[in-house]
Design a protein around this ligand. Sequence first.
Ligand code: 3H9
Length: 716
Amino acid sequence: MSNLTEQPPAIRLEKRPDGVGILWFDTPESPVNILSSRFFGDFAAALDGFEADPSLRAGVLASAKPDSFIAGADLKQFVGLDAAQGTALVTEGHRLLDRVAASRKPIVAAIHGVALGGGLEVALACHYRVASEDPKTQLALPEVQLGVLPGAGGTQRLPALIGLAAALPAILTGSRFKARKALKLGLVDHLTSPRGIVDVAARAALQLAEGTLRRKPRKPTPLDRLAATGPGRSFILGQARKDVLRKTRGLYPAPLRILDCIEAGQARGFRAGATAEQQGFGALVGDSKGKALIKLFLAMTDVKKAGEHLPPPRRVSRLGILGAGFMGEGIAAVSMSQNTVVLKDLTPASLGKAAKNLDAGLAKREKSGSLTRLERDRQWSNLVFSTDTQDLAGCELVIEAVFEKLELKRQILADAEAVLHPQAVFASNTSALPIGRIAEGAKHPERVLGMHYFSPVPKMPLLEIIVTDQTADWALSTALAYGVKQGKTCIVVKDGPGFYTTRILAPFVGEAMLLLEEGADIEALDKALKDFGFPVGPIALLDEVGIDVGAHIARDLGAAFAERGWKTSPAAAKLVDAGYCGRKNAKGFYIYPPEKKGKSGKKQVNPEVYGFFGGPARKSFPAAEMVDRLALLMVNEAVRCLEEGILGSARDGDLGAILGLGFPPFTGGPFRYVDLVGAADVVARMERLKTTCGDRFTPCAMLVEMAREGKRFHED
Ligand code: 3H9
């Protein structure tokens, strides 16, 4: 068995006869190159060799891994770092990259594959950047999404390279750039094909050494000219700060720290900015919010392996989608890059609408540079629009996305079974109808499961896969593998009322209805939950989901769990009877002004709605009480799902709640939230609410036991 000392170095210096030293990155025992203290040590040693050899006139940094330049710093290592260790790690990185930047011999980065976080920062320290024009090549500083900041000079070198105005959105959102866009921004200097990239970079390095090549300075934009003045800079940074505070409600420290570092560098120079960056990185990586977001990323990576213990998945070369509505169209949008997609509906009119939207989506992506014309045509040619069930023949996987009516779904399954191969998987995209009931009467119940997508499908990262006692492992394995191909984070849950996500959402929204009955104000309630960290408040969410859908779910789940004190307000059903369905029919809790130039105006509470909740007079409730009533019910229900085996693990429960329902990501999810505040604290708060609000606040047995024994859901 190998140990650390036996491992080969992560960087190897190849001395070419033309006078170029190639520093090949190759992190041992890892599919991607990852920065760590060890990597920095090997990098420093390779640089020593490069600098000391007079036959080498220039250098190239390149990756020996297929399709990946450097995936950034080792996130697994981050989990155990405190603030001082975090600062020490990045200070080491700074020293090394300062050496690269100050090298008298020009060094060129040859970027093929991902250059993320510290990986891009390595490239930023080079004197010139060549990138492959390949879909796998993506450049970004995604640290903000992980609750930290670019700690290897990124907050200083990115604005210096592409200008403050372009750097701010890139660094504050962590968005990924493909090669063409990166060239446009000035982030890279030259594009080439992946095959000859190292030779192209070596040629550029020699030309830089000889003085026959110079980096073309970027043409300054009007914003660059504004940023070049002190007041202009202050204005741009001030606006960015306001924007961050508006979007994050001050709950996320990382973007504010990033702005501090940029500001320090702009006002007092690179050194001051670099010092702020080293300190800021340490503070963030040592903080519980940063740790929660890093663990979230690691859980998302880990869950990709959920199918490893299952039989191999069936290859899907033809996917059938039944129903070309908003969901069906969304599922087609995330599948058409993979294989043939048959989109079936009853009428050519509904297919026509979906086709138009899918075409527009492809055109938009081509325009933004994320798709080539060729790729756009290829994906379009994968689509088959049909009104004929026979066209499903040959599909290895069929996903139905028709109305949420049990009888309809059963009929659709029977129709599909008539033409499908016995080992084709049939998935129902339902948010609450029990899969076992849909599968009743199926010829092959073993190939029936649920694939619960979230709306809008292309944007929402979660896929909840639901299995019944009869679902075969090969069917699950096929659905899982396909979900991962669609770019989704998949959790597998057992069948039951509301599965997992709908089941924990129902009491959350239900409690909001009860609070309105007791006199709470709609806006105050939504604001309280947003201040806690949910992206939208419960009432606005109900408008989005549909009050009719919510009322339906509340009725079904309310009946299923009535015996343990679930309480359902009758108001939602009455609202539906009066024609209130939410945003979709412009009759909801809020009035939405018409969009102007693609932007929606500020929504206002519809005062008529209070008529269903005891009249317009409203009372003030403490925000903490409203948050506890909603969030703790959700947390308790999540723990019950684990207790009952609906969930396989706390990890899956955290992923489902964050990625599907917007549970505040910086808490780490409902289970990590319990770990953070302590099960005893959660139980005590629930017991208090039980005395004032009723039995629905009874903490579940697992929570009580954990409180008693001081246990945690997660080890780390
Ligand atoms: C940073 O860089 C801070 C700096 O500013 C500070 C510098 C000092 N760490 O996702 P996959 C592993 S913050 C550790 O299944 P894919 C991953 O765990 C970092 N491990 O493949 C998995 O391992 P295993 C900024 C990492 O093809 C394997 O690689 N960087 C890391 O779907 C395959 O991963 C990022 O945020 C990492 N950084 O996607 C990039 N990256 O097989 C994070 C990958 O043992 N990474 N692994 O389970 C990604 O976005 C994706 O993993 C990537 C590959 C696109 C690279």
